[in-house]
Design a protein around this ligand. Sequence first.
Ligand code: AMP
Length: 219
Amino acid sequence: MTFPALGLSVPLLRAIAERDYTEPTPIQIGAIPVILRGGDVVASAQTGSGKTAAFALPILQLLARSVRPPGRFARAVILVPTRELAAQIGESFRRYSRYLPQPLKTLVVYGGVSINPQMMALGGGADILVATPGRLLDLIDHNAVSLSQVSTLVLDEADRLLDLGFSAELGRILALLPAQRQSLLFSATFPPALETLATALLRNPIRIEVPAEPAKTVT
Ligand code: AMP
């Protein structure tokens, strides 16, 4: 399998080539075509499987087809348990999007730091908003961002989101999203509480299970 065969656009293929990825990992082979078609995905995937590119590349391709509406809207929201993961994912979106003809704005927000710069940065909205749940809700409460135009939601490391006690926050966030949206859920494990959340969140998802073999790490 090759990256072009997955249906990715030339600007994204260029960014991938620059990363020296020679072939897609199993999670990328499974998830990218489904996400490009607009489908929901639930994937069991460890860190190291290449899961970030598995959702970031097709999300970028979908977003690049249209422009962000004026206002404080986010178009894709990636919810993650920690600031470290948020920063890594934001960096990946920026790298993969660098050759797109229309620049897409990626913002990373998390708690434990001043909210004011994040509120300022959200002026004009964001195409991709990578966030920890508590800080995202704080920003919504400050009217700094609206989720009413979200077309794709990702829960990454969803088991850790629940382990860290974000269940109530996730419930509040999900209630603010449009019913008509794409939802993607990635997790290393699937405890019963997560299966319940997945059922509430996803519509006819494609289930992808990949062995815990790490992708070749490229730095
Ligand atoms: P992740 O599982 O998303 O944390 O990715 C783990 C590492 O694999 C990162 O350093 C990625 O840059 C790298 N990676 C992702 N996809 C590929 C690929 N197809 N080939 C080689 N490395 C990859």
